[in-house]
Design a protein around this ligand. Structure first.
Ligand code: UN1
Length: 500
């Protein structure tokens, strides 16, 4: 279809404003999960290339930090304009490399555009604080200063949005960036870097190093001159990254899994809840950290909800996301597909009832891609593995409960804490829920997905380590607070002593 949009055969790294072949000479093939056709070759760079990028970034960062923040912001503004101009092409390329349906791809690119204009605005704020000093004729303030060279490691499931959540605040705050994108989705990294180049980002401020997590990612985490790592990805890798950064006293921001639930109370607008479940559970085939994978339902409406869900699920068309009528795209790769399949056996053996789906699609229309049928389990109990572990596929488990209090307890009874949602018309439950749902993001009468970029994104417990992506909170990851005292008394004044 739009294969002509991809103008390169072999990708190159981007260092010091130049596109350079990786010195490793090793490549991996990137395939479209909807068709299995090969799209491009991505270099698997070596550790030495990370060090090379860091040396470049260190030099570039010194002058970039001296550019006034409103001017740094102008680059982001131009990035936003270029992304807007190319939104449709970017969305199609995104659908080809990641598989998500085109409507979702457009939404993701739009997130990046919104982030560009939002962070461009932050360049005119980057607010600090003034604070009264304890002493006379002394001025005290806290200012944000850049950290230096920062490393960002981004996932395949939101290859452009998450890259903007991390790189834009880092750049506007005056840092230089080393970026390792996921090898499954390097084209978004290539396109965004080209846009930065065209927007006039000075050489060396952004350096792109393609490669594996175990080589490039590890070298970034281990490098003493990368002072911050911002990582989104799997739980296992994240914990490993956290451990290594901890040893090095390196700031690390982690955003990992979710086991997000939608609670449907007995007074909910059922059609609305069904729409919310479908969009959040199947919109990206469940391959997002905020995907809904549990539905906690009041027992009085359980059967009605099941019936409506099954009716609507039967209408979902599954296929190549470039086709506008398709609502559920493929799974990213074979390993992803096999992991989902494994959970089917687990769910059944645990005693959950399979109401729909549960299998890999192998018919003529789907045999040439990685497709899994949207799946609904019911009568799951909170402790089952299908109700506890992140499956990262189009699989939802219904858990019946007797009360609002029980719903909250079940929602919170998992290791993760990213997003949650409740459908109810009772205003008292709305306010109690926003207080009691133990997740970083709470929705009322909406699905668990669709976070807006000017609010903090991240979660509690096993989802992360307390930092937030996007929103103004992202600046806390990429800046150091510096306390500045200006004494204009002309005397050596000492704090913390009694002053007459
Ligand atoms: C993710 O899955 O890591 O709120 C990102 C959402 C999107 C971003 C998800 N705006 O679902």
């Amino acid at each position: 279809m739009s294969k002509t949009l991809i103008k390169v055969e072999k990708l190159k790294n981007y260092m010091d404003g130049e596109w350079v072949d990786s010195s490793s000479g090793q490549y991996a093939s990137v395939t479209n999960p909807a068709t299995l056709e090969s799209l491009v070759q991505v270099p698997l760079s070596s550790e030495g290339e990370v060090d090379q990028a860091v040396q470049i970034a260190k030099r570039a960062q010194k002058s970039w930090a001296l550019v006034p923040a409103p001017q740094r912001a102008e680059v982001l503004h131009r990035v936003g304009l270029l992304m807007k101009e190319r939104k449709e092409d970017l969305s199609q390329i995104l659908t080809m490399e990641n598989g998500k349906v085109i409507e979702e791809a457009r939404g993701e690119v739009q997130e990046g555009i919104d982030m560009a204009f939002y962070m461009a605005g932050e360049g005119r704020r980057l607010f600090g604080q003034t604070t009264p000093s304890e002493l006379k004729d002394k001025f005290a303030m806290s200012v944000r200063s850049p950290v230096g060279v920062v490393g960002i490691i981004t996932p395949w499931n939101f290859p452009i949005a998450i890259a903007t959540w991390k790189s834009f605040p880092a750049i506007v705050a005056g840092n230089a960036v080393i970026w390792k994108p996921a090898t499954e989705t390097p084209l978004m990294a290539y396109e965004l870097t080209k846009i930065f180049e065209e927007a006039g980002l000075p050489k060396g401020v952004l350096n792109l190093v393609f490669g594996s997590g175990s080589t490039v990612g590890d070298a970034m985490v281990e490098h003493d001159d990368i002072r911050v790592i911002s990582f989104t990805g799997s739980n296992d890798v994240g914990r490993n990254v956290a451990g290594k950064c901890g040893q090095k006293l390196k700031k690390v921001s982690l955003e990992m899994g979710g086991k997000n639930a939608i609670t449907v109370m007995d007074d909910a607008d059922l059609s609305l809840a069904v729409e919310g479940i479908l969009w959040s559970a199947f919109g990206t085939s469940g391959q997002r950290c905020t995907a809904c994978s549990r539905v906690i339902v009041h027992e009085d409406i359980k059967e009605k909800l099941e019936e409506q869900l099954l009716n609507e699920m039967a209408k979902l068309s599954i296929g190549n996301g470039l086709d506008e009528s398709v609502k559920v795209g493929p799974i990213i790769n074979k390993a992803g597909l096999e992991k989902i399949e494994k959970y089917m056996e687990i769910g059944k053996s645990e005693g959950a009832k399979l109401l729909a789906g549960g299998y890999v699609l192998n018919d003529d229309k789907h045999a040439s891609g990685y497709y899994f049928a949207p799946t609904l389990f019911t009568d799951a109990t909170p402790d089952m593995r299908i109700a506890q572990e992140e499956i990262f596929g189009p699989v939802v488990s219904l858990i019946p409960v007797k009360s609002f209090e029980e719903a909250i307890e079940v929602n919170n009874g998992v290791e993760y804490g990213l997003s949650s949602s409740i459908f109810t018309k009772d205003v008292n439950k709305v306010f109690a829920a926003q207080r009691d749902l133990d997740t970083g993001i709470v929705y009322v009468n909406a699905g668990t997905t669709g976070a807006e970029i000017h609010l903090p994104f991240g979660g509690t417990k096993g989802t992360g380590n307390g930092h937030r992506d996007s929103g103004v909170a992202a600046l806390d990851v990429f800046t150091e607070w510096k306390a500045v005292y200006v004494d204009y008394s002309g005397k050596l004044q000492r704090a913390q002593i009694d002053v007459e």
